[in-house]
Design a protein around this ligand. Structure first.
Ligand code: ADP
Length: 400
């Protein structure tokens, strides 16, 4: 059996998934929590019982060793020994300007990820800990880094450039990178297959990854043309707790009026804004809809603002690409929240969209479905994202 181990390492946590690359099925998945504090391992073999264990894991390396231990355990394991893990795929947040695609991990790759730590100060060091831990625990197994920013690297300079002094771009690599790249890439590829347009250089797709974090991206021929997140994931749509795009002059204005430090204003925009900040209710769309039904004006406003922002991106991306063939909804809200999809899709017929509102209301949650009517010029569909599978596919194609 050829399997790929997918690792998503945070500073004190590590999510993992073991995928059989030939059948593309998940054999097991789980989580290490509180690394460096005390340590808890969760392990869920597909079709089997969930296993939880408090075990000390002072470092990421010990966490990985515990994961390998349960995966190969005689009773609850899903593989015989570590040799069955053909490769490891790592989710890495920021590849900076150097990585246009996933890359085999070597000294040069590690140095390049280190170099862009200033662009991903929270995630890249944690991602590197995951990589180093796996290299130590499995020195002979090839490792691949899959970057969330690689998708956006096909954008033209006029698209990724900010109208700041040019030196800011040259000196500090300040430009639009975009995030959720693995998800946009995955659902774009799947949509192209559903449309039967593989290899067509002109197929135009807009992907709406709407979750706690949200972004919209567009592509021609499967290559990213534009994406809504920027240098950081803060730009673009209002999100669960992030403000999205605002007048940049608001930042110094608030720092002055509220006497905020750089850190405090950053927290205000990333953690206290968006759906939570506007509604004062919650960052979760289920709570917002419940409050809206009870007549809560600010929850209503938050949802209206969100839908309007998505609509603006769809409109501007259709203009940017001179048309659109397909719009995809994905992630927590995109896959499950019919009411938000309905708000977004209202009054979009001018674009050639004939949305089936009735079907949308009755569509099963989290499942692939076409929501436009057969006569619709633009196809609208829900496609569940699967970032782990996308990482597994890239890892296998590079390492195996
Ligand atoms: P993340 O950005 O953290 O990966 P997800 O893509 O998992 O987030 O999306 C999580 C969000 O999806 C939740 O905060 C919630 O707002 C929304 N969501 C999940 N299920 C539903 C549902 N049944 N109805 C409405 N919203 C949902």
């Amino acid at each position: 059996m050829r399997t790929v181990l997918i690792i998503n390492a945070g500073s004190s946590s590590l999510k993992y998934q073991l995928i059989d690359i030939d059948t593309e099925s998940v054999l097991a998945k789980g989580l290490c929590e509180r690394i460096g504090i005390d340590g808890k391992l969760t392990y869920q073999p597909t079709g089997g019982e969930k296993f939880q264990q408090e075990s000390p894991m002072p470092t990421h390396q010990q966490a990985i060793e515990l994961v390998l231990g349960v995966l190969t355990d005689e009773k609850i394991g899903v593989i015989k020994d570590m040799a069955d893990v053909a490769a490891v795929g790592h989710r890495v947040l920021h590849g900076g300007p150097n990585f246009t695609a996933s890359a085999l991990v070597d000294e040069k790759c590690i140095a390049a990820i280190e170099e862009v730590i200033p662009l991903g100060p929270l995630h890249n060091p944690a991602n590197l800990m995951g990589i180093n831990a796996c290299r130590a625990a499995m020195p002979n197994t090839p490792q691949v880094a899959v970057f969330d920013t690689a998708w956006g690297m096909s954008m033209a300079q006029k698209t990724f450039q900010y109208a700041l002094p040019y030196e800011v771009y040259e000196k500090y690599s300040v430009r639009r990178y975009g995030f959720h790249g693995t998800s946009h890439m995955f659902v774009t590829g799947e949509a192209i297959k559903r449309l039967g347009r593989e290899g067509d250089p002109n197929v135009k797709i807009i992907t709406c990854h709407l979750g706690n974090g949200s972004s919209v991206s567009c592509s021609i021929g499967g290559k990213c043309v534009d994406t809504s997140m920027g240098l950081t994931p803060l730009e673009g749509l209002p999100m669960g707790t992030r403000c999205g795009s605002i007048d940049p002059a608001i930042v110094p204005f608030l720092m002055d009026k509220m006497n905020l430090s750089i850190k405090e204003v950053d927290t205000l925009m990333n953690k206290k804004s968006g759906m939570l900040g506007i509604s004062g209710v919650s960052s979760d769309f289920r709570d917002l809809w419940a409050a809206r039904k009870e007549g809560n004006a600010r929850a209503t406003l938050a949802l209206d603002m969100f839908a309007l922002a998505v609509k603006r991106y769809i409109g501007s991306y259709a203009a940017e690409m001179n048309g659109v063939d397909c719009i995809v909804f994905t992630a927590g809200v995109g896959e499950n929240d019919a009411a938000t999809r309905e708000l977004i899709m209202q009054d979009m017929d001018f674009l050639g969209i004939d949305f089936d509102f009735e079907l949308n209301r009755t569509a099963p949650r989290g499942e692939e479905i076409v929501l436009s009517k057969p006569s619709s010029r633009v196809k609208v569909m829900v496609l569940p994202t699967n970032e782990e599978l996308a990482i597994a596919r890239d890892t296998a194609s590079i390492a195996l």
